[in-house]
Design a protein around this ligand. Sequence first.
Ligand code: AMP
Length: 937
Amino acid sequence: RSNKAKNFLPQDVTASNKNVIINHLYLPPVSYSQWEEISVMDERNTPMRTYQVCNVMEANQNNWLRTRHISREEAQRVHIEIKFTLRDCNSLPGVPGTCKETFNMYYYESNNANLWFIKESQYIKIDTIAADESFTQVDVGDRVMKLNTEVRTINNLSKKGFYLAFQDLGACIALVSVRVFYKKCPLTVLNLAQFPDTITGGETALVEVHGVCVNASEEFEPPKMYCSADGGWLVPIGRCVCKPGFEENKDMCQPCRPGTYKASATDAYCTKCPPHSSSPQEQATECICEKGFYRAENDPRSMACTRPPSAPENPISTVNETCVTLEWAPPRDTGGRGDIIYNLNCTKCSGDGKKCTKCGSNVHFVPRNFGLSSTTVLVTDLEPDSNYSFTIESENGVSALSPTPKGKVVINVTTSQTGENIKDSVTLAWQGPERPNGVIVEYEVIYYEKNQREQNYTVLKTRSNMMTVEGLKPGTTYVFRVRARTDGGYGSYGGEIELETSHEGTVKHGIIDFMFTYRESDISVFPPAVLSHFVQLICFFFISFPPTKFPCVKLPGSRTYIHPHTYEDPNQAVRDFAKEIDASNIRIERVIGAGEFGEVCSGRLRMQGKREIYVAIKSLKAGYSDKQRRDFLSEASIMGQFDHANIIRLEGVVTRCKPVMIITEFMENGSLDTFLKKHDGQFTVIQLVGMLRGIASGMKYLSDMSYVHRDLAARNILVNSNLVCKVSDFGLSRVLEDDPEAAYTTRVRHTLTGGKIPIRWTAPEAIAYRKFTSASDVWSYGIVMWEVISYGERPYWEMSNQDVIKAIDEGYRLPAPMDCPVVLHQLMLDCWEKGRSDRPKFAQIVTILDKLIRNPASLRELANSSVWEDPSTPEFSVNTVDEWLDAIKMGHYKENFSSAGYVSLDSILYIMSLAGHQKKILSSVQSLQTQGTHVQV
Ligand code: AMP
């Protein structure tokens, strides 16, 4: 019957699944028993070929219709769509009860494409097929035949192909078409990676497909997607980026045009060449400097090309016997750089000025003669009645690259004879604040005789940062103070220094350097409005008497944190920074917690002459090793260096008897995370901001002291009875062992230091390559903000650490918690900038929070108000990711989302679903649109 088979032309059917019907396999039947090939008319009067069987009047029917071998190509999962009509048994007059209204579909898998006989028992049943609609009468005039469409799937095919068979057991059937097809995820380009046409997998598997970077791009993170069973792409991960010299444009990388460049693959776009450079060719990875301009080795490619500075200007000398003060103005042309330094060469010349020799090492320069950043130098210990010639040379970061000689000026001076009855004088020199709050207008120096207190003082003013105070009495102790005036007014006095002038004949000569720091008063919630004129000064006090050795006095209050490991003897660090307390002064009352090394108790401390105070007492459990004792006490050596209202205060240590104890101030409300969970929803937003302000202020203090915390989290903040929050947990081993949140990262396992990291709180660069800085503390601070505003919710909910790392990498950031003011969420997002230099500094955070506290109206607009707060918000539906982002006021993230590959709402739902199911999450992420916004997915 093979000639008949050739005539079998299945009717074309419209695909029900728009995307992915790829392949039609036509069906050539090779045998049919009682089945007959018959032509009929369809409802549009087009002839159609059918296979029919209708032996309803006879019992024991078993009629098989079988196909030829059908190749599965590479598909493991194949779909069979059949169209057929079926006659209703009741409508056939006089048929016996054996009449059926179903038939069976089978398959037989085989590598052999030429089997002419397959035993019925070898077939595997796919399904029994019943009609959704049977028809009752054949009325060709009205065409009431009802066409049924059924689709069945065969999974996990492995041989070359298969045979299909239809078994009739006594029904009245017309088979109109059989279409066999499989699905593919179509070729696509996403995140600059091309994913090939991919055949969907078997029953369970998503097929993992690795993308290939498009031309002129390279892998940033291996691009990967999953081809789902229904032919859709899911969960894009990773991306390619255009190579240096190329930029992205519509899924391709195009060369940078002349005049532009792209230095790094991770830069998004080509940018215009910076000033004094050009790129004549396409594809530039950097621009070439114009003649006479240079780029220093460490200059970023984005920086303008620069040149060496011109000579210093207007040199002035002031001779005071054998001392000379040299001052000059910066060069007119800085060459476009800010890194100008000056070098001073000193030569002593003969009377006629013809023969000059280099000054000897007995001449002293304050602050020094090479690499000066200021434009003043004090030169002392010159010989009297002599001629000197000073050359002041300017240079900057590109001077070494330029063949032209450095700009210089020469100034000649003649020293005088040392006088007999000259009174003592003191020359003070100081360095201006590193980051002044405005332009410094002048410095004010006041001094008075110590024994006269401040009753009789002298005020002197200067614009430069040095001054000689003359006419001082010998053998007298003076107190000197310096403060700066900016456009905003006077700052506080940097501190003070006492100096005793010599009795005649006593030889005294000193340089004393110290730093003044501003000390904030105990501000927890409402700060004073004056952080502005804080001046940090380094003073060099210099007494002009004939020199001997320079005694170097380090005054207390040097504000840099000293790591206990820098001590050879760690016990010395404890002695230096922690006060020893006699155990008899301590009364332990009750256990309040468990620390890494032992119990934490509360109790009282009574010190002689002081009132009794409540304290927390951490003790080191018995049986400790030497290392444990050191690690335990390291927390005290660190804490003891701090003195700030928002840092937990160390009262002292007990080390002379056992158990070894650390005594700190008592914080009645315990740790912040537990405290917030206990008081969910009970504080005003201003109170929450006040707490955050306190934490930021404490962190500013730590960062000013160059201390990096590494484990800033609500669980490590303690709260006292006035809601003052204080940063705690300073032990050296804490990040490694103590914190249950700390986990090893899979990317890098840091074996050197134990290397466990509290992933959810830690900045990506700290996770990836252990770059812990104050900027990574700022990231953690952003997470603490989120914890505080959400009353102790767990950051990223139940997502796994690995998913958190991946999501952060791809640009996902925690959404605003419920009732979170927009400004606060924005500040969190700023703290979570990928580039650590783009994050705010703690000083800026404090300033921002201060402003918010002073202007509570700024906190009124809530991040999620359009959905939660305002009942008049119309309901609306969104169809695209962009519309969704607009709807939840995250429109500015469109690019981040699309570049991270979240192009369909399904992918959004997927990532949201990682977030878990708590009620609060739903609310905080605008309920994933199930509440207010209806997403049609
Ligand atoms: P730590 O070993 O520092 O993590 O302390 C363990 C627990 O003891 C903390 O979570 C607090 O609940 C409690 N705790 C520690 N220090 C204090 C303190 N100064 N005041 C009140 N509770 C404290």
